[in-house]
Design a protein around this ligand. Structure first.
Ligand code: ATP
Ligand code: MG
Length: 394
């Protein structure tokens, strides 16, 4: 018996004339992402992407797990494929479904006749297959109103497919279909979640990380690389640029009034991030900031940060509580890594009394006390690039 994977579209079904663009992006992404599971053929019809193993070497369990992390898919169902006649359908259903239905008390079968030339109607298909299942599984009852599990028999163009429902997919929009963004990635809880959320909405993501060696350790950077790799479970790959803030911060401790330290550091990081973004073809910045979470995230502080760059700064977590952010961090498996205690370059010289209601004019006057531009040129010239992959690809 041949098993295949049916990936039902999420929001792509709402796309009008642009649908083919999203479909082909989805297919391309799926091909790349499930490649470690073997060789598959791909085709789409009626808002489903069919993923069909080319040979026995394919690891279907692995392919399903990987497909569940591809954005653009609402449900992922493995299904038995058979010829489009009732003998073959019943034989396959009786072979394939009992294992899936075992343990449930009630079930029903839904028929779906996508190919209207098929001689039986949808209810007739359901009735015949349901009857055959009852014959081989006397322990389970039919309940048409409120069954514990619903099996499907779908008659499509080329074949019939039999399955017992799907698992939830990653949702969202195919990766990279909505433009490219540069994510400011720290080792904290928030920024990995922000990157995941933007990628889920179709942004292609590059990361930039600021370190402050030797005030921050090499191990701290590895933690960030690990977080980037966990985001790659959903994006497949990611380029991470690493820039050292050490000289800038050392100069700041000499020249800058302590209460402006964090704000001016953040403005400097924003300028460097915007330069990195332009170098990588990204058109927006993304941060993990959430309104009011810390002193540098009050509204006046965010205004001061934004005014350092001429590029939109997207903050997908802006209206979320920490608890809601943590729920997502746990779901995408970054939480445990994020809470490992390593220093971040933002925290190594933290002032005791940061400004929470900064005025831009005073900030600019303070900023003029030192030559940020030339130190930033130097930091940018020394940036390192790291190509990050998912665990399965390394
Ligand atoms: P996170 O949990 O993401 O570290 P946070 O609540 O600790 O966030 P901040 O340290 O003020 O907040 O940082 C706010 C945002 O600035 C982060 O979400 C991230 O986007 C960016 N950021 C902070 N530190 C760095 C860094 N070292 N490298 C790159 N981006 C950073
Ligand atoms: Mg942080």
């Amino acid at each position: 018996m041949k098993e295949i994977i049916l990936c039902k579209y999420g929001e792509i079904v709402l796309k009008g004339l642009n649908k083919p663009y999203f479909e082909s992006a989805l297919t391309k992404e799926m091909k790349f992402r499930i490649a470690p599971a073997g060789e598959f053929d791909f085709f789409h019809s009626q808002s489903v992407l069919y993923v069909s193993p080319r040979n026995d070497e394919c690891d279907i369990d692995l392919a399903v797990e990987l497909a569940k992390k591809v954005f653009g898919i609402a449900t992922v169902a493995r299904a038995a494929e058979c010829e489009k006649n009732m003998d073959a359908i019943i034989k396959t259903a009786v072979e394939y479904l009992p294992e899936k239905l075992r343990g449930y008390k009630t079930f029903k079968v839904n028929g779906k006749r996508g190919d209207k030339r098929f001689p039986l109607t949808s209810p007739e298909i359901a009735r015949e297959v349901g009857g055959a299942i009852c014959d081989v599984m006397p322990e389970i009852d039919v309940d048409l109103i409120d069954p514990e599990i619903t099996a499907m028999v779908e008659i499509r163009e080329d074949s019939a497919y039999i399955h017992a429902g799907g698992e939830r997919g990653a949702g969202g929009i195919p990766y990279g279909t909505c433009g490219k963004a540069t994510l400011l990635l720290s080792g904290g809880i928030d920024s990995p979640v922000a990157g995941y959320m933007m990628a889920r909405r179709g942004a292609a993501i590059e990361a930039i990380h600021f370190e402050s060696f030797p005030y921050t350790s090499e191990r701290a950077e590895e933690k960030v690389a690990e977080l980037a790799s966990l985001i790659c479970e959903y994006t497949g790959r990611m380029r991470m640029r690493v820039i050292s803030m050490t000289e800038i911060q050392e100069e700041m401790t000499k020249k800058i009034n302590e209460e402006y330290f964090t704000l001016l550091l953040r403005r400097s990081m924003m300028r460097l991030a915007a330069r990195a973004a332009k170098a990588g073809g990204a058109i927006t910045l993304v941060t993990g900031e959430s309104l009011g979470q810390v002193a540098s995230q009050t509204m006046p502080a965010l205004v001061v940060t934004d005014s350092a760059v001429d590029m939109p700064v997207l903050r997908p977590l802006i209206g979320m509580d920490k608890e809601e952010i943590i729920t997502i961090a746990r779901k995408i498996d970054t939480f445990e890594t994020s809470i490992q205690p390593f220093e971040d370059c933002c925290t190594v010289f933290t002032p005791k009394h940061p400004k929470t209601r900064p005025e831009l004019e005073k900030v600019l006057a303070e900023e003029a006390k030192m030559d940020f531009a030339s130190l930033e040129d130097k930091a940018f010239a020394n940036l390192r690039i790291r190509e990050i992959r998912r665990a399965i690809d390394t």
